[in-house]
Write a protein that binds this ligand. Structure first.
Ligand code: ADP
Ligand code: MG
Length: 489
């Protein structure tokens, strides 16, 4: 874990020693407990009320600096909890001096945001963009619930008069898009931000870099110089000259790098399971999650096939996806899964890469991912776009090392997934039976495959092989394809 703090004006901080550990887990905090941060008891309580336990990296770094009165440039990935990183210190300072029109948060407009999302497709999901101002307001209200803070949203496309009325009530916090805020500053009688103590530019990179510039300049002109300014963003490519626009004073730059990360709405579990009990534990888990869509990842084609047959024998309709299926069969499998005909997809990594795998409620790692990137890739199939999702990673006595490596990379500890002991006892026999049936079917399949063994081999050198591993090429992006001798996944 490492958030790097450096003076924005100073030299770049040196790269961290352990690249692998330099990861950020989004949202759900993986840093220290909130109770170790210098927040007042009222806020400590709300933080617990809203369900935060550990602070995220950006919060850990930014909150103390903000409370010390520093200006801040905060950079961390979408979903890493930047809102609370600026809202908490502002609320705390406001509590000491509860004046109206105390802080203003400016966020990009809806329209431009939609347009920008085309330019920055990877940085902000559409749903987040279109409701950014409201999301910020909601967080301020949730985090300020014990303080009685009043917050209002000023965005375009909404009746100006109604907003003017809301502003006349002198809210404590204003969350606004630049154009409409400027409109009110110019035209709404009695409204000014001359008492403002905090200005936040959220998604600052966009606000400063794009067409917003001139409007921001106008707004900044009428704000008091004696204030704190926070710039928060998922990326910060803006030139220093443009940052000057925001007239920061000796800012501290808090940057959380994130090579791999998982999102906050993803709950990550591990399931300790002796190798011997793995199948029954899987079966019980899958049964307990019936009705939800899931992908079960395995490490080998063989496991994929066996589990499919085993679950089917238990009347759970599973569909396999692996590299020994032709591309068209794989697409067929996916379509079946997507159309809801089957709610359980059993897949290997290789087969899953490069294909448009649908999003699911739950990802189960039956075979532990052999490297952390695979883990991130697999669990990324759930908990997208703010939706909740779960991942359950099965860990046998032989997987501990991999497991620890994954936890290190995601920068957090997974929670234990509990399986009902009684269910295990109840299902043990039928799972064993299903396993036997699956083994017989597998043997038959292999035998019929064996008949064509020679033919396959020849095909392997030709077009068919290409088709089988096409997804590999997608991952390796331009690198020559390596021939895998053993361990087809
Ligand atoms: P960002 O602005 O960095 O994209 P947000 O501030 O919108 O991220 O936060 C993303 C989600 O994470 C929100 O649902 C928020 O409530 C949640 N969150 C923020 N901080 C924490 C935390 N310390 N623990 C758990 N959840 C958190
Ligand atoms: Mg944000």
């Amino acid at each position: 874990m490492s958030a790097r703090s450096s003076e924005a004006s100073g030299s770049r901080s040196s790269s961290p020693k352990h690249e692998e550990a330099n990861e950020e887990t989004q949202g759900e905090g993986s840093g220290p407990l909130f109770s170790t941060l210098p927040l007042i008891p009222e806020l400590q309580k709300t933080v617990l009320d809203v369900g935060y336990k550990n602070a995220t990296e950006i919060q850990t770094q930014a909150i103390p600096a903000a409370l010390e009165g520093r200006d801040i440039i905060g950079v961390a990935k979408t979903g890493s909890g930047k809102t609370a990183a600026f809202a908490l210190p502002i609320l705390q300072k406001w509590w000491e001096d509860p004046k109206p029109l105390y802080a203003c948060v400016i966020a990009p407009t809806r329209y431009l945001s939609l347009f920008l999302s085309d330019l920055y497709p990877l940085t902000l999901p559409l749903t987040l963009l279109s409701e950014l101002a409201f999301q910020i307001q909601k967080q301020f209200e949730a985090l300020g619930a014990n303080l009685g803070v009043r917050c209002c949203v000023i965005i375009g496309g909404v009746n100006m008069m109604e907003q003017a009325v809301a502003l006349a009530k002198r809210p404590h916090i204003v969350v606004a898009t630049p154009g409409r805020l400027q409109d009110h500053l110019e035209h709404t009688k009695g409204f000014s931000l001359r008492t403002l103590k905090y200005l936040v530019l959220d998604e600052a990179d966009r606000l400063l870099d794009m067409d917003f510039g001139p409007i921001l300049d106008k707004i900044l002109k009428v704000l008091p110089k004696e204030r704190n300014t926070f710039l928060f963003s998922a990326t910060m490519t803006t030139k220093v000259a443009k940052l000057q626009r925001a007239s920061l004073v000796n800012p501290i730059k808090v940057e959380v790098s994130s090579k791999y990360s998982t999102v906050s709405t993803l709950r990550q579990y591990y399931l300790l399971s002796p190798l011997k009990q793995k199948e029954v534990m899987l079966a019980v888990t899958v049964k307990s999650l019936a009705g939800q869509s899931m992908i079960i990842f395995t490490n080998t084609v063989n496991d994929t096939m066996r589990l499919t047959l085993l679950l089917r024998a238990l009347s759970l309709s599973a569909i396999p996806l692996h590299s020994k299926l032709s591309q068209s069969n794989r697409l067929g499998a996916l379509n079946k899964f997507r159309s809801g005909g089957r709610s359980i997809l059993i897949a290997t990594d290789v087969a899953a890469r490069g294909l448009d795998i649908p999003l699911v409620d739950i990802v189960i790692n039956y075979g532990i991912p052999q490297n952390s990137k695979d883990y991130i890739h697999r669990v990324g199939r759930t908990a997208r776009a703010g939706r909740a999702g779960k991942s359950i990673t099965m860990v046998t006595q032989y997987d501990l090392e991999f497991f620890q490596r994954i936890e290190k990379v995601i920068g957090k500890q997974m929670e234990a997934w509990h399986v009902d002991e009684e269910q295990i006892a109840l299902m043990a026999e039928s799972v064993e039976e299903a396993g036997r049936a699956a083994a017989i079917e597998m043997r038959e399949l292999n035998m019929s495959a064996g008949k064509h063994g020679k033919k396959r081999k020849r095909d392997d050198r030709g077009g068919r092989r290409d088709e089988m591993d096409r997804d590999d090429d997608v991952i390796q992006a331009g690198l020559p394809r390596k021939r895998r001798k053993s361990h087809q996944r």
